[in-house]
Design a protein around this ligand. Sequence first.
Ligand code: NDP
Length: 403
Amino acid sequence: MSRRTLGPLALTLGLPPLTYSFWLWLRDHGGALVAPSLRELIANVPPPTGRAVAVYGAWLLLQVALQQWAPGRVQRGGELADGSRLSYRLNGWTSFCVSLAVVLVAVVSGVIPPGIVYDEFGPLLTTAHLVAFGLALVLYVQGRGAGRTTRDPIYDYFMGTTLNPRVGAFDLKYFCESRPGLILWVLFDLSLAAAQYQRHGTLTTAMLLVCAFQFLYIADYFWHEEAILTTWDIKHEKFGWMLAWGDLVWVPFTYTIQAYYLVDHLHALSPAATAGIVALNMAGYAVFRASNIQKHRFRRDPTRPVWGRPPEYIRTARGSLLLISGWWGIARHLNYLGDLAMALAWCLPTGFEHPLPYFYFVYMIILLVHRERRDHELCQAKYGVDWEAYCRRVRWRIVPGVY
Ligand code: NDP
């Protein structure tokens, strides 16, 4: 079996048990990393309950309906290889607000118990897995029918065969990337906070911080929805198991580890620790948001001042401009550093008893370092000597003075 097949196969078979292990460590071992035997793990995979399927199915239908019909301006995405551009309806902010309102009404009226995520986590996890695996299969079959497959079905299933699979104007990748999993992440947090309150009659500062920080991150994402159109995933990644499973399973079920952990860990945070964590999160957010928006505005209007001065930049032979002043003159991806600072701030409220709640931070380091490398290679191939000149001017990749 070739390396090209082995990696996808290992990830497709290995990541789902890992997500179940996270849940079992949290549910049965208070967050301690106790290696379960494979038999134990398989015995603990719950089938999807009727309630989990109903809730998850209704959730997906609500998101499809909102993506399709909620008001929002239509924007064209980046230029594709054939020179065309696809149109996207940017109604994420409306969908986010309406989703929160619908769930609030469902909880207040007694249709959904507030702590349902804690009670149904396992069956919801299985349901989301079935949807993700099924969706990837449909995408593969569709790509095969269109003659877009290679000789390697495992690789094609994993990486996808089509950049922008659509049903009419409905863009499946854009939808999965930006809607069901991301909004569910916020709702899972809130439901886990409700579970803490139901089980212990209290809402800890740590839980409030984690919920507030992640809520801010997702709200910001939808407020700046236009930026999604220029992300790596939308521009370059085909839509297969990797993105479908990542969007539908990985994001809502593993990014909420801290909140799940805090349900039964009620330690107090000192005012000084709270202030330090809030400061770290807000500093990370400021760098992340300001650097991303600076690049976006510069690309739209290269004459606009950067930090009060005319921007310095390199004009590439391809015509694109590379900003070398402001945040983009300090490091090539200071936006990633902001993300990492926030990631750490989301873990620190959990204390230092167990390493598991720090998984998100470690994962983000791996993800963003790997992403920076891929982006570097892509830009090098695209801009050649101009990119090398940029790298000489801006030496640091992510952390000034360190990396
Ligand atoms: P960037 O927003 O950094 O975009 C990189 C691209 O910008 C390059 O490919 C190049 O594209 C262009 N570019 C690079 N340098 C310059 C420059 N100096 N001046 C102008 N343009 C430049 O990367 P991502 O899309 O990966 O990340 C966006 C945000 O999303 C980040 O803040 C990141 O932290 C966050 N993120 C969060 C994740 C999560 O799970 N929480 C996952 C991934 C990202 P070109 O020249 O072709 O336009």
